[in-house]
Ligand binder design. Structure first.
Ligand code: NAI
Length: 331
């Protein structure tokens, strides 16, 4: 019998964790024939909630689920891990300065990167969902010098899916008809959802929409969708975030072939994004590796929007570097 794939979810006692682990155990992540061992990492205060989730997982009698481990020890959580979904983080509280936020997250993602470096399987892949996702991924990768940096990624798939949904709705086509859309930059309000290479049912989207709608409606609505959800639902995005995490990992592991999506990956210097930054790019998964879609011609509007979001990423990187949170030279 096949060895189960070891999937670790951090913050598993929280909201996104609860929306995520049942779908993973049901086969949405790796298909309905791949057995899974789930490990739920929490901080001590969250362990009870994760234990409750583990009881419910048992009650689902999922055929694929070969075991569940609940722990508050990163060394245990990442031993032998193949896929790590890092959800638990320290969100910005009222009155919290950015430096405090980055430092609090450095204390989470630094040790988790170290534990992944020590215990992760040879094929370990890491998706960071917890905010600030790009910079948290940068910190984790900087603590894992033995893991190739392309195994770390940050989630901008929710932004991507939001953009696809908005565009399909506006053009009155099915979401499956939309291709070639990109979310660039930081997973923050500065992100840039770019339709200039997108097609809808084979037609160039730039010929189907006017620039005013793009600049005044589409881009801000996608970038501020998280706030819209909070205002309307009375709580942050949860099920859609879990769904995006599953889309990201599934496409990463199984490959997408010709189509592209968006993911925060370590820049190789493409598109004038400084090498080493974790930035959202247009990507395809080839042989289980994210590859940045090369050689797109970017117009002036796109270049300036991307540059603004990249400048924010540079600031975040410089801030965490100044805090000593990017310690290790990469091999
Ligand atoms: P939540 O507060 O319901 O759950 C977070 C859980 O993480 C809590 O149970 C907490 O105890 C746990 N946790 C905190 N520190 C931890 C650590 N060091 N190790 C293990 N667990 C730890 O929050 P929710 O709604 O599940 O959101 C989680 C994160 O995802 C937030 O940072 C949120 O901003 C982010 N997010 C990111 C999105 C993206 O598109 N990248 C979309 C939506 C949310």
């Amino acid at each position: 019998t096949r060895q189960p794939v070891r999937v670790t979810v951090t913050g598993a006692g929280g909201q996104i964790g609860y929306a995520l682990v049942f779908r993973i155990a049901a086969g949405a992540l790796l298909g309905t024939t791949t057995p899974i061992h789930l490990t739920l990492l929490e901080i001590p205060e969250g362990v009870k909630a994760a234990e409750g989730t583990a009881l419910e997982l048992e009650d689902c009698a999922f055929d694929l689920l070969r075991g569940v481990t609940v722990t508050d020890d990163p060394a245990v959580a990442f031993e032998g891990v193949n896929i790590a979904v890092l959800v638990g983080s320290r969100p910005r509280g009222p009155g919290m300065e950015r430096a405090d936020l980055l430092e609090a997250n450095g204390r989470i993602f630094g040790p988790q990167g170290t534990a992944i470096n020590a215990g992760g399987a040879d094929d370990v892949r890491v998706l960071v969902v917890g905010n600030p996702a790009n910079t948290n991924a940068l910190i984790a990768a900087a603590h894992a010098p033995d893991v190739p940096s392309d195994r770390f990624s940050a989630m901008t798939r929710l932004d991507h899916n939001r953009a696809v949904g908005q565009l399909a709705n506006h053009l009155d086509v099915s979401v499956g008809a939309i291709h070639g859309l990109t979310v660039w930059g930081n997973h923050s309000a500065s992100q840039y959802p770019d339709v200039f290479h997108a097609t809808a049912g084979g037609r160039a989207v730039r010929e189907l929409v006017d620039e005013r709608w793009l600049a005044e409606t589409f881009i801000p609505r996608v970038a501020q969708r998280g706030s819209e959800i909070i205002a309307v639902r009375g709580g942050s995005s949860v099920a859609s975030a879990a769904n995006a995490a599953i889309d990201h990992v599934r496409d990463w592991v199984t490959g997408r072939g010709v189509d592209w999506t968006s993911a925060g990956v370590v820049s190789d210097g493409s598109y004038d994004v400084p090498a080493g930054l974790v930035c959202s790019f247009p990507v395809r998964s080839v042989d289980g590796q994210w590859r940045i879609v090369p050689a797109l011609q970017l117009n002036e509007f796109s270049r300036s929007r991307i540059a603004a979001s990249v400048a924010e990423l540079v600031e975040e990187r410089d801030a965490v570097r100044a805090l000593g949170l990017l310690p290790l030279a990469r091999r």
